[in-house]
Design a protein around this ligand. Structure first.
Ligand SMILES: Nc1ncnc2c1ncn2[C@@H]1O[C@H](COP(=O)(O)OP(=O)(O)OP(=O)(O)O)[C@@H](O)[C@H]1O
Length: 232
């Protein structure tokens, strides 16, 4: 489903006139329907890998081959912006611990819009939004509120609901359970299990190794923090 080959990413730190090597020579493969967990020290480049797959970061070397429903086997690093927009809309989901909210959009509308974007009709989108918000125990009194002032855990659950409702083919999870209590973590776990049953491929970063246990099919360990500055 996804094959990462010799991925390398530098960041240019302009005010220091230096380049920072964030990841180097990263290669792994994830089979369709499998869950790959990425573990490693802080700063070793775990998020950089996920952001490269999602197209947020543009690595300088390597390849990310993804088996797309629409485009066949595609190298994400050379995908056009139009292709990337399609993949993000219909095929690849990304959940981080941060919720990016839209102004004057309620929690319910956020999830509903996500369902509409994935191609559901309005009746279906409303039904699925209700079910998904209920699944993640987001109190009904919050559904028609703006999420700016939600607690950390409420924002996270909303964030996950918004991604999961699309039933993406590939879901990238960047520590989405960071500030959740055990009951909410269990809900996330149930959703991941359900997605796996539906054939979703997942790549996830979790600090909570216990949470990953039994969920992941494979674990990729970042060898070390390769971060070091090189002259630009
Ligand atoms: N946009 C950026 N600009 C400059 N440096 C960056 C950027 N994003 C990441 N880095 C650097 O790249 C390195 C890898 O960061 P990354 O966030 O991928 O690590 P991580 O393994 O996910 O860390 P953590 O577990 O602490 O979240 C870090 O040294 C970080 O400072």
């Amino acid at each position: 489903m996804i094959q990462v080959e010799k991925l390398q990413k530098y960041f240019t730190i302009h005010h220091l006139n230096k380049r920072l090597k964030a990841i180097e020579d990263i290669s792994f493969t994830v089979k369709k329907g499998h869950f790959l967990g990425i573990v490693g020290k802080s700063g070793s480049g775990k998020s950089t890998i996920l952001k490269s797959i999602y197209g947020t970061y543009q690595p300088q070397a390597g390849a990310i081959y993804y088996e797309s429903e629409e485009f066949g086997n595609i190298n994400i690093l050379s995908a056009t912006p139009r292709e990337m927009i399609h993949l993000r809309k219909y095929e690849i989901g990304y959940v981080s611990q941060f919720l990016s909210v839209m102004p004057r959009t309620t929690a319910f509308e956020l999830v509903e819009q996500s369902a509409l974007e994935a191609g559901m009709n309005s009746e279906q989108a409303v039904k699925e939004a209700k079910e998904t918000l209920k699944h993640f125990d987001l109190d009904e009194s919050l559904w028609h509120n703006y999420p700016n002032y939600f607690s950390g855990g409420e924002k996270l659950r909303l964030n996950i609901a918004r991604a999961v409702i699309k039933k993406p083919r590939l879901l990238l999870l960047d520590e989405p359970t960071a500030s959740l209590d055990d009951a909410s973590k269990l809900k996330v776990r149930e959703s991941i299990e359900k997605l796996k049953q539906q054939g979703t491929t997942l790549i996830g970063i979790f600090h909570d190794l216990e949470f990953m246990e039994g969920l992941c099919d494979e674990v990729f360990t970042m060898q070390k923090a390769v971060v070091n500055a090189v002259e630009s």
